[in-house]
Design a binder for this molecule. Structure first.
Ligand SMILES: Cc1cc2nc3c(=O)[nH]c(=O)nc-3n(C[C@H](O)[C@H](O)[C@H](O)COP(=O)(O)OP(=O)(O)OC[C@H]3O[C@@H](n4cnc5c(N)ncnc54)[C@H](O)[C@@H]3O)c2cc1C
Ligand code: SF4
Length: 541
């Protein structure tokens, strides 16, 4: 065993851990980052749908169990940058109302212990850091902001522009989805992003996606006070005899066990693995799991109710980068359904190879190849509500057990109904209303596994709140039960809202970063000063 002491240990390099590392790196404090995975290898296979979607080559090679004890093969990724390496980079703010209590058809979506205004400036910082491209003022549910997006929205390709015009004519207010890709449409020759068709679900071979590795970890490790250890699986956190402090972090690395310690330990392994780590760290002082006097750790697992709906038209859809259009008109309800329904946008353009892996119902007279050429591939997200019984536990053999019963499903069915209606109203110049051939669900339960999105948007298992009886973390994301343990991944969410979670995880990590800078007695360097320091560091190299 080796023993090493740091000021801060961060476990996990995804949206939460990576962003926090970036924020703390210029502080000069000794920071150790522990990541169970390695870097995604740069290889042509990064962009190969057969390798990525059919062979699931980059997915975690482990199995969990569902509530019936059946094996699940989670669609999650253990790499430097975490799941952001493979994400679609749609970077949304939650709506202002999502921070308050909202009444849904299926129950109550609870209020957060902080308000939208507490996070607003951090959303701006996160949008700058992750180079979000968007247009303010188009999305009818967009929360107030003090500054424009740092980059103009990614433009629609002609088929998507046509759909946007159709939707607008039928009374909807479609908008450009905010995305974190390093695309410069005014200067295509120099643009780092080449606007390709293998973005959502794929790692970017040319390093042009704003993921937590490229944007945060690569910058953080330029500071000599920051150490990153890859292939370092944290097995357990041990406390001192009082039970109030994490005393050591036990790591499996290169086949042996090592221990590290720090004044502050930040867990950011993703909502499922973070809960599992705390539960596995049970000891005499924390018999139900670390920080779990409330018995809330692992509970309230949420992952959104998602579906992919393919709208097949007689007109082809030659779009390359499809994830540019969103519709939030039904986010909070409609005249005929007074409850929130959710959000409509797109996945990356589906191809025939990927379709074979999760075959949809076939449209009459179409083959899979034809369907892929003619489909508009929608992504629908509705809020799932926190339920005590939807939870992460550890099985007798040490495996993760994920127990999940979907809820609030009427909201999602209504949302699908709204999309069906909107598509019927489209009116193509060549085929009129007949152009639209119908909507076809693509099976998300590939190979009988849990829904892909069920773990892609994982959140809620270590919720923050003001009451230590009903939450694990306080409003600063510090464990109520311990003095030096923080959690900054998606597990802090008390409700899941219905837009993609990553930007909120990033913004919150920057907020917790500011808190830690104060706690560690550091001068309150602003985020902008940090960015300037990074730029100077880059020039001096
Ligand atoms: C295909 C796909 C598309 C997506 N598209 C979008 C999108 O368009 N927009 C959006 O907002 N979100 C999207 N998401 C979700 C988004 O990627 C996640 O919300 C986000 O990455 C979660 O951040 P996190 O910090 O909670 O965890 P992660 O990013 O998962 O990071 C956790 C890290 O911890 C490491 N780790 C885990 N356990 C341990 C351990 N015991 N010891 C050491 N290290 C450990 C993991 O290897 C990983 O690097 C998508 C996800 C997927 C899979
Ligand atoms: S080049 Fe652009 S569109 Fe292609 S994967 Fe990279 S960021 Fe995405």
């Amino acid at each position: 065993m080796t023993e090493n002491r740091y000021d801060v240990i961060i476990i996990g390099t995804g949206a939460g851990g990576g962003t926090l590392a970036y924020r703390l790196a210029p502080s000069g404090k000794r920071i150790l980052i522990l990541e169970r995975g390695d870097y995604v290898p740069r290889e042509k296979a990064n962009w190969d749908p057969q390798v990525v979607n059919v062979e699931a080559h980059y997915n975690a090679k482990e199995s969990w169990l569902d509530k019936d004890g059946k094996d699940l093969h989670p669609h999650t990724n253990y790499y430097v940058g975490g799941n952001t390496k493979f994400y679609g980079a749609a970077l949304f703010r939650l709506r202002k109302e999502d921070f308050g209590e909202l009444r849904h058809r299926g129950g109550i979506s609870p209020a957060w212990p902080i308000s939208y205004d507490d996070l607003e400036s951090y959303y701006t910082q996160a949008e700058n850091l992750y180079q979000v491209h968007g247009n303010r003022g188009e999305d009818p549910t967009e929360p107030p902001s003090h500054s424009p997006y740092p980059w103009p929205a990614v433009s629609h390709e002609p088929r998507i522009q046509q759909l946007s015009d159709d939707f607008a004519r039928s009374g909807l207010r479609p908008f450009h989805v905010p995305v974190g890709v390093m695309l410069d449409e005014k200067n295509p020759r120099k643009s780092r992003c080449i606007r390709c068709n293998t973005c959502d679900g794929f790692a970017c071979l040319v390093g042009a996606k704003s993921d937590a590795q490229v944007v945060c970890i690569d910058e953080a490790v330029k500071h000599s006070n920051v150490t990153l250890l890859t292939n370092s699986l944290v097995n357990r956190l041990e406390t001192d005899s009082s039970g109030r402090e994490v005393k050591s972090v036990v790591v499996e690395r290169n086949g042996s066990m090592e221990t590290y310690s720090a004044d502050v330990v930040v867990v950011s392994c993703g909502a499922i693995n973070s809960a599992a780590l705390l539960l596995r760290s049970a000891n005499d002082k924390h018999p139900r799991g670390l920080a779990n006097s409330s018995d809330i750790v692992g509970r309230h697992y949420m992952g959104h109710t998602n579906s992919v709906m393919m709208a097949i038209s007689k007109c082809p859809n030659p779009t390359i980068f499809q994830k540019t259009l969103g519709v939030n008109d039904f986010y909070f309800g409609s005249k005929d359904f007074e409850y929130p329904m959710g959000h409509i946008s797109f996945v990356g353009k589906l191809d025939a190879i990927t379709l074979k892996a999760g075959a949809p119902a076939i449209a009459p007279n179409f083959t899979l190849e034809l369907m892929a050429k003619h489909s508009l591939d929608f992504w629908l997200t509705s809020e799932d509500l926190p339920d005590l019984n939807n939870r992460v536990t550890i099985g007798r053999d040490g495996k993760i057990v994920l127990t999940y019963t979907p809820n609030n499903l009427e909201a999602h069915e209504r949302l699908q109904g709204k999309l069906k209606l909107a598509m019927k109203q489209t009116n193509c110049a060549i085929h009129g209303h007949d152009c639209h051939q119908g909507l076809f669900g693509r099976n998300l339960y590939v190979g009988q596994r849990i829904p892909l999105a069920g773990v892609a948007h994982q959140n809620g298992t270590i919720r923050f709140g003001n009451d230590p009886k009903t939450s694990v973390l306080d409003a600063n994301c510090k464990a109520h039960d311990l003095d030096n343990l923080y959690v900054v991944d998606g597990s802090f969410f008390p409700s899941s809202a219905a837009v993609n979670p990553a930007l909120t995880i990033m913004a919150n990590a920057l907020r917790v970063g500011d808190h830690l800078i104060k706690r560690l007695g550091l001068p309150e360097t602003s985020y902008e000063q940090n960015r300037q320091q990074d730029r100077e560091l880059a020039v001096s190299r």
